[in-house]
Design a protein around this ligand. Structure first.
Ligand code: PLP
Length: 397
């Protein structure tokens, strides 16, 4: 069957929840993907901030193959070595004390919300606790994660979601204070907003939130699903300012393609929240998924992936700002590390489609922002190639 026939079959069989680009991807190598016809694409999407180490990484692939031959799944009622090794490495990388492995970002958020609710319940026995989240945030598509996602378009049809959630403005401390009361159990935010438009939280805002949470015994929850795992030039984005959360979520690049996420917490929260029987998952933390996370974390440390981001990402920023200076249709540059965006004065769909034609994969964040979340191993040369294709597309349109 050819590519077109496969696409027709996909449209007949799959639920229509995505407007997919009209290519069938077949394999990858480094920062390149290839479709069924063998056409090559420079990938500045990375499976949406997932494939940090590049495709077809032999060491990573071999680790998975070895684990497949050994043991793929047991129940969480037994211990397994990859989960133990991955948990130790993740504790070290994150500075948090306890790990619960999940299968996705959304599930990590569910766990984080449950932990916060249980912590508050243990304190006062009430069941009417409130959460403060941010406008333009994105935390996933399950009911709890959706309830704290600050985009009414995603939420509306599915209400009622979990109650009561207030939405404040990122980097506007007064907008948070307005909603704080004795029922507030958690404040949830992404240290750098991803889907909502590559907006970083300021040091001032995070410092004020930390102080407020300490004073009122509210739990500060950072969603590091997209901005974590080295993407901002720090293993986790909060480490840039040293403002530590009480609970943190991770996923996306954690398994580099194998579905694995985690929520983590400090010892203080762990000792006063979820306990035996409170939470569980069949697949979460299984040996195959955690072998992926373990190998990813090993490679990150040994190959200095985070340092590479810190050295190389400013070059991307410089290039993108150069484009902004040159083309009046680009209104704004946003983001840090390999989590940057350009806001245009028009919908970016046509630019992304033109880039695809020319062998460059890009993705949007909202209608008017192109988001750059490449594999973290991209080089200056890859950045030059990307920019020259993007520039051609902008000129043509
Ligand atoms: C992608 C994302 C999620 C949801 O992760 P899934 O694995 O798709 O469930 C949650 N939070 C942030 C910040 C994300 O970018």
């Amino acid at each position: 069957m050819n590519m077109k026939e496969y696409i027709d079959q996909a449209e007949a069989a799959l639920l229509h929840t995505y407007n997919r680009y009209q290519i069938v991807l077949d394999h990858g190598d480094g920062v390149y993907l290839y479709d069924m016809d063998g056409k090559k694409y420079l990938d500045f999407v990375g499976g949406i901030a997932v494939f940090a180490l590049g495709y077809n990484n032999k060491e990573y692939n071999d680790a998975l193959k070895d684990q497949i031959d050994k043991l793929i799944h047991t129940s969480n009622y037994y211990y397994n070595v990859p989960a133990i090794e991955a948990a130790k490495k993740l504790k070290k990388a994150s500075g948090m004390d306890r790990v619960f492995f999940t299968n996705s970002g959304a599930e990590s958020m569910e766990g984080a919300i449950k932990a916060a609710r249980k912590y508050a319940y243990n304190k006062d026995g009430r069941t009417d606790h409130e959460i403060i989240a941010m406008n333009h945030s994105f935390h996933g598509r399950t009911m709890g994660a959706l309830a704290v996602t600050g985009n009414p378009k995603y939420r509306e049809a599915f209400e009622p979601l979990i109650g009561t959630v207030h939405f404040a403005e990122l980097n506007d401390f007064d907008s948070v204070l307005k909603y704080v009361n004795d029922r507030t159990c958690a404040i949830i935010l992404e240290p750098v907003q991803g889907e909502g438009g590559l907006q970083p939280a300021t040091e001032e805002f995070l410092t004020a939130l930390r102080k407020l949470c300490d004073e009122k015994d509210i739990l500060l929850i950072f969603d590091e699903v997209q901005c974590g795992m080295g993407r901002t030039g720090y293993m986790y984005a909060w480490q840039r300012f040293g403002i530590k959360p009480d609970i943190m979520t991770s996923a996306k690049a954690l398994g580099c393609g194998v579905p694995v996420g985690a929520f983590l917490m400090t010892e203080r929260v762990a000792a006063n929240s979820l306990t035996s029987g409170d939470h569980g998952t069949t697949y979460g933390g299984n040996p195959l998924a955690t072998a992926a996370a373990d190998k990813v974390l090993e490679i990150y440390e040994r190959d200095h992936i985070v340092e590479h981001v810190r050295e190389t990402a400013p070059y991307l920023e410089q290039k993108l700002k150069g484009l902004m200076d040159k083309y009046p249709c680009i209104l704004e540059h946003r983001g840090i590390g390999f989590m940057q965006g350009l806001r245009f004065d028009r919908p970016v769909g046509p630019i992304i489609n033109a880039a695809l034609e020319k062998g460059l994969l890009l993705i949007n964040a909202g209608a008017d922002i192109i988001r750059f979340v490449p594999p973290l191993i991209v080089t200056r040369e890859n950045i030059d190639d990307m920019v020259s294709i993007l520039e051609e597309c902008i000129e043509e349109l």
